[in-house]
Design a protein around this ligand. Structure first.
Ligand code: UDP
Ligand code: MG
Length: 328
């Protein structure tokens, strides 16, 4: 098996984010290698991004990297989250096409052959749609479906209900790399980029081993990032609500005052006052909350911190130092 990267053949970069995956990682490497051995006219590099694992994931990966120069490792200094791991992968990937795949074998590596076919037909993004999702709770499936419905009501670009399993053409990744946002929802960003995209249904396998690394709170934060990064509608909605309620209370107050002038009587004025004050107070708090979210985003963005910190690199030929440097 050839391991050198020849200039004439195209290169496929496979990015695998890993967080505490010691139970599965050896099997994943095995499956990925056998996938690679079936590739024709395509060199491959595997970029494992170890997202600050606290178990044996990194040492295991390093031992594989020693014997196979296609295996590269980016080791984060702590857990930065899967979306940042993928971002680091984009920065390091040299490929003409880039594949994102989970480390737990829920995304079958063999399916990438189908994605490559579509890429060769001229598609720029080939994303996997999950047709069967075994081993996922009813709660997760239900909330995920609901979330994408709401997201797509709000978002100006269509964001399909997918995981991150996908193949992307080089120009798409170059655009992604130029998007400096700190709060990253990569599926949404890929939709936003455009180009020729196609969905391919695949059967999600059960997690090969270990437990999900996405806690409910991490999922809620991802949902929040997605909603706030892909629409200003919450802000507009609150504005409309605020205006509507102000207008209604104004009309109500006018009516009450008119009645007082005509009949000389107040209709349960205390209740009206309390309701008006309560409503307005509520609207103001809500508006402030939403504004706060956006201001929070501005704050993170202007801090302009590096989005992730790499502790060590392994297997890269040309030394490079993370996101601030170009691939050259
Ligand atoms: N992952 C990561 N950082 C995290 C959480 C997850 O790199 O903070 C990786 C994880 O190792 C896996 C992929 O992201 O390769 C998807 O995670 P997982 O399978 O736990 O999520 P699920 O399939 O349950 O949604
Ligand atoms: Mg999984």
């Amino acid at each position: 098996m050839t391991t050198s990267i020849q200039s004439h053949s195209k290169l496929l970069s496979v990015i695998i984010p890993c967080y505490n995956e010691e139970a599965v990682i050896s099997e994943t490497v095995k499956r990925l290698k056998s996938f690679a051995s079936e590739l024709k006219n395509l060199e491959v590099e595997f970029i494992f991004v170890d997202d600050g694992s606290m178990d044996q994931t990194r040492p295991i990966l390093k031992s594989f990297a020693h014997t196979d120069e296609r295996i590269k490792i980016i080791g984060f200094s702590r857990n930065f989250g899967q979306q940042m791991a993928l971002t680091a992968g984009f920065d390091a990937a040299q490929g003409d096409a880039i594949v994102l795949i989970d480390a737990d074998l829920q995304n079958p590596p063999e399916f990438v052959h189908e994605m490559i076919k579509k890429w060769e037909e001229g598609y720029d993004v080939v994303y996997g749609i999950r047709s069967v999702r075994p081993g996922e709770s009813f709660f997760k499936l239900f909330t995920s479906r609901l979330f994408y419905r709401i997201l797509n009501k709000f978002s100006s670009v269509f964001i399909p209900d997918t995981g991150d399993f996908r193949l992307m053409n080089r120009p798409v990744v170059d655009v992604l790399k130029s998007m400096p946002e700190q709060d990253r929802f990569i599926r949404g960003m890929v939709s936003w980029v455009g180009f020729k995209q196609i969905a391919l249904p695949y059967n999600v396998a059960e997690r090969f081993a270990g437990e999900t690394k996405w806690s409910v709170s991490k999922l809620v934060m991802l949902a929040r990032d997605a909603l706030l990064s892909f629409s200003n509608k919450p802000l507009e909605f609150i504005l409309a609500l605020g205006l509507g309620i102000t207008a209604l209370t104004a009309i109500g107050l006018l009516a009450v005052i008119t009645q007082k002038i005509i009949t000389g009587l107040w209709v349960s004025k205390m209740l009206i006052l309390l309701l008006a004050i309560g409503f307005l107070g509520g609207v103001q708090l809500l508006s402030l909350g939403v504004l706060g979210q956006y201001i929070g985003r501005i704050y993170t963005q202007i801090k302009n911190r590096p989005r992730y910190v790499v502790q060590e690199f392994h297997g890269f030929k040309k030394p490079y130092h993370g996101e601030k440097n170009s691939r050259e």
